[in-house]
Ligand binder design. Structure first.
Ligand code: ATP
Length: 219
């Protein structure tokens, strides 16, 4: 699957202060991309377009040559993209295990009833069985973030778009998450796009794109 950005131009309030100008980018499945750039340069905005959460002023986003407008933004969000944003958006009345299980059930995953699979995946990011069965409100911020990441990563969408997914995590946990991102790209063939300020995390990606002066340059 190929995800393309074509002739993307965007500004929020003032046409003379554009975030991007005629950006063209191609993301291939099976590859892990990191987007880096100064604070305020427009990284999160780009991700909101790639996730079908917002629409650019000009330009288009295509999946295998078909505009996401033609696919329909709602369908695109549901079937094609799994997003991880800075707010964890966990279901607060549920345990970590139930949060992951519910997401798998909603999306029709064959793993929804596989208890040991869900526990194994949580264990990979340091959420042991005891923590898995705790209400998420009783977990630390970093633990909640890891639950949210596992939940998003296990959902069967071909594109994974993450904004500062490792931002609140210590080095060891951040490495575990990056391992998961790399595995999703290289072993499961997903298109993984991660925004990060962390140079070590970015260096693990197959391609790094620097947003600077309104365009994206490979580094
Ligand atoms: N809804 C909005 N309305 C108006 N301006 C906005 C809106 N969202 C973002 N901006 C502005 O657009 C610019 C880009 O924001 P964006 O969040 O995409 O940057 P970023 O590169 O992700 O920043 P950071 O690294 O700090 O998260 C910023 O100057 C921001 O203030």
């Amino acid at each position: 699957m190929t995800l393309e950005i074509k002739h993307l131009t965007h500004w929020y309030t003032d046409r003379d202060h554009k975030l991007y100008e005629d950006v063209n980018l191609t993301f291939e499945s099976g590859r892990f991309y990191a987007i880096v750039g100064e604070s305020g340069s427009g990284k999160t905005t780009l991700l909101s377009f790639l996730a079908g959460l917002d629409e650019p002023r000009e330009g288009d986003i295509l999946v295998d040559g078909v505009s996401i407008k033609e696919i329909g933004l709602t369908k695109f969000r549901q079937k094609y993209v799994s997003t991880i944003f800075q707010a964890y958006n966990l279901l607060n009345t549920m345990t970590a295990f139930q949060n992951v299980q519910t997401a798998l059930a909603i999306t029709g995953s064959i793993h929804a009833k596989d208890k040991s699979y869900i526990l194994d995946q949580l264990a990979r990011v340091g959420i042991d069985e005891e923590k898995a069965h705790k209400n998420v409100q009783r977990l630390s911020g970093g633990e909640q973030q890891r639950v949210a990441i596992v939940r998003a990563l296990l959902v069967d969408a071909p594109i994974v778009a993450a904004d500062e997914a490792t931002g609140n995590l210590d080095h060891e946990n951040s490495q575990k998450i990056v391992d998961l991102f790399a595995e999703l790209a290289h072993e499961f063939g997903k298109t993984v796009i991660l925004i990060t300020h962390d140079r070590d995390v970015a260096s693990r990606a197959d391609e790094q794109l620097l947003l600077q002066n309104h365009v994206f340059e490979p580094i």
